[in-house]
Design a protein around this ligand. Structure first.
Ligand code: NAD
Ligand code: WQD
Length: 344
């Protein structure tokens, strides 16, 4: 879509940067707000190298309501907002719950308030499969009930969806789409942007690539006594570019007036579950690298198995995850090699 401007909050982060690229590839103009609390400004160079264009960039904290109002006064004609900016480390949220509630909910409320005051109609929110906990029925559909949240982080996503529901109910000109991501992995095929975890990674795939490249000694596989075919836990790993594309179609849906309700909710997954050991084996096969790993006890708070029912998203959004697991793991590996070469 030409001459359409989308605000991407958290746009120098992992998923935001891939989404900025897909939006720009589709002709959208993009303005990013990020305070760089968990990302680097050089990501903008990666986006520019891939798309041949530079997104507008504003560095500030979205919790700063006055600064945000100034932003809305300058960028008067926003067609939509995609809100990625949040803290996302589950363990840290248990240690510092207020930091998570403060950041993840204040940013959301400030943006919704800004949309009402400055007449922006369309909002896409980064939700998470964490809202389902361990579902009673697999694959899990969007209508499955919330389970009591395992962490303050997870709770911020549940509360955020409730806030959006109440706000669109009270403001019928607002349209929101909440996208519940399963496990986003991989990097752009150019290897110019990808995931840049700070410190020791919490997530499986960055831990694997850092182990394979020699930064970590070994991967600890958390638990092989689950009630799954090989005993390791099952997740729905989705390619980050596929995930990014779902944001573009969500924006197009709202701009074209195709939303069926003021708040719509979609699962973003592949529909296929993979165990930790399947990921390890697929990584070794696709990269030719041998991975040093050890089975250890379960990680506190982990669920056994969760993967998406994607029928509703596939049908309504006309979107489907396409990139296979091996290709995705190879993209994560190529990105890891690129990052380490650059640092040398
Ligand atoms: P990320 O940390 O790479 O990106 C988030 C970005 O937001 C960072 O660049 C950070 O600097 C910025 N940010 C945070 N607070 C801010 C604030 N107050 N003001 C301005 N900028 C701020 O994370 P990601 O993996 O790209 O995740 C994006 C979104 O998707 C988050 O809302 C996250 O909770 C959600 N999500 C992520 C996953 C996942 O596995 N990565 C899964 C489900 C949902
Ligand atoms: C995947 C599997 C681990 C690391 C988290 C958040 C969730 C969402 C995505 C934001 C699990 C196992 C992992 C390791 C391992 N984020 N594992 N060794 O826990 O499914 O989801 O990220 O919304 O909210 O909870 O993802 O990548 O941490 O773990 O064996 O060193 O890999 O036990 O089975 P998870 P993950």
């Amino acid at each position: 879509m030409k001459n359409r401007l989308v605000l991407v909050t958290g746009g120098t982060g992992y998923i935001g940067s891939h989404t900025a690229v897909e939006l720009m590839n589709e002709g959208f103009d993009v303005v990013i707000i990020d305070n760089l609390s968990n990302s680097d400004k050089s990501v903008l160079d990666g986006i520019a190298a891939i798309t041949g264009r530079r997104p507008f960039f504003e560095q500030f904290d979205i919790c700063d309501k006055e600064r945000l109002a100034d932003f809305f006064k300058v960028y008067k004609k926003l067609d939509a907002i995609i809100h990625f900016a949040a803290y996302k480390a589950v363990g840290e949220s248990v240690e510092k719950p207020l930091m998570y509630y403060q950041n993840n909910l204040t940013t959301l409320m400030n943006l919704l308030q800004g949309m009402i005051e400055f007449n922006v109609s369309n909002f896409v929110f980064s939700s998470s499969a964490t809202v389902y906990g361990q579902p009673d029925v697999l694959p899990v559909t969007e209508s499955a009930p919330f389970k009591s949240a395992d962490s303050p982080y997870g709770n911020t996503k549940q509360i955020a969806e409730e806030i959006m529901r109440d706000v669109v109910n009270a403001n019928k000109d607002l349209y929101a789409i909440s996208l519940r991501y399963f496990n986003p992995i991989g990097a752009h095929p150019s290897a110019l942007i990808g995931e840049l975890p700070r410190g020791v990674p919490n997530n499986l795939v960055p831990f694997i690539t850092q182990t394979a490249i020699g930064i970590r000694d070994e991967l600890k596989v958390f638990g092989d006594d689950y009630n799954t075919p090989d005993g390791t836990a099952i997740r729905d790993y989705i390619n980050v570019v596929d995930l990014a594309k779902a944001h573009v179609v969500s924006i197009q849906r709202m701009i074209e007036g195709k939303s069926k309700r003021n708040l719509e909710i979609f699962n973003l997954g592949t529909g296929k579950g993979s165990s930790v050991m399947e990921i390890v084996n697929a990584f070794e096969k696709s990269t030719g690298e041998k991975l040093n790993y050890k089975i250890v006890g379960r990680r506190a708070g982990d669920v056994e198995s969760v993967y998406a029912d994607t029928k509703y998203a596939n049908k309504e959004l006309g979107w489907k995850a396409e990139v296979g697991l091996k290709e995705t793991l190879l993209s994560a590996w190529n990105w890891e090699k690129y990052v380490r070469n650059k640092k040398r």
